[in-house]
Write a protein that binds this ligand. Structure first.
Ligand code: BTN
Length: 257
């Protein structure tokens, strides 16, 4: 079971995770925080669930995670200074915070995959799902859902990218409380840069993205595009080079070819 006291001692944030909600089972932490009728609106609220019955991944995929083994949680952002911002940069800030936390504590080398996967040795260790709700034409809440494979060692089913976990890589049981606190501490610091220095977030993200300069394919449903991953533009979109033309890609699954 998650030890709230151990987590709390290590948390050094001002806002993120100060309102911490722990639950045994839920459909999806993202869906719960998105639903305004649940009356959670405190900026920085973190909802952690030991098990999700309808855990959501990107593109309507299912996020599988064994009960009490991993970290499946969502962060609610209601502070207006972030709601009007470019969500691509917030996505990068999140994956960067995960990568840095895993590197700091476990000395594992991480790679970032556009738009928002965290990999270790080519296998997926964490995924992020950003969702938002609006009031009129204004976004009024942003929910950042994070799934990190921590202590799970058996993965069954079909995966687009093979999964791994921190435990599988380190061959020892992992302290989830320490990892979550470290991650929220780093996240709060990096999130602040969304306003003060977004270019630094992009620069640090690119340093960990090994696909830039490589031949890639991008699939979006049935549609597959090929080219060189030229760069990211300053809004975080992927620039695909093909025969001298540059195309801006907004979403899709990237693979090396
Ligand atoms: C992906 O890589 O496809 C994104 C996975 C995001 C999973 C997390 S787990 C906590 C939060 N609640 C959800 O239903 N999904 C996200």
């Amino acid at each position: 079971m998650f030890n709230l006291e151990r987590f709390d001692i290590k948390l050094s944030t001002e806002v993120i995770g100060r309102n911490f909600v722990y639950t045994d089972e839920i459909d999806s932490t993202n869906s719960f925080l998105l639903d305004k009728s649940n009356k959670f609106s405190t900026d920085g609220t973190v909802l952690l669930a030991e098990k999700q019955n309808k855990g959501k991944g990107r593109k309507d995929r299912i996020w599988y995670s064994t009960k009490e083994q991993n970290l499946t949680f969502s962060i609610l952002i209601t502070n207006k200074k972030y709601l009007g911002k470019n969500f691509n940069i917030i996505n990068f800030a999140t994956s960067l915070a995960i990568a840095i936390s895993i590197e700091n504590i476990y000395q594992l080398k991480t790679e970032l995959k556009w738009p928002n996967d965290v990999l270790v040795k080519g296998k997926k260790i964490a995924g992020i799902l950003l969702e938002s709700t609006s009031q009129g034409n204004k976004i009024d809440r942003l929910v950042i859902g994070i799934g990190i494979n921590v202590n799970q060692t058996l993965f069954q089913g079909n995966y687009k990218i093979m999964p791994t976990s921190v435990k599988l890589e380190l061959k020892e049981p992992i302290d989830r409380e320490r990892l979550l606190a470290e991650l929220l501490n780093n996240f709060e610091e990096i999130l602040d840069k969304v306003n003060t220095d977004p270019d630094e977030i992009l620069k640090d993200w690119k340093l960990r993205c090994r696909l830039i300069g490589e031949k890639i394919s991008i699939s979006e449903g049935e549609n597959i595009k090929y080219g060189i991953f030229d760069d990211l533009d300053n809004e975080g979109y992927l620039l695909l080079r093909n025969k001298g033309n540059i195309e801006k890609i907004h979403f899709g699954d990237v693979s090396i070819v």
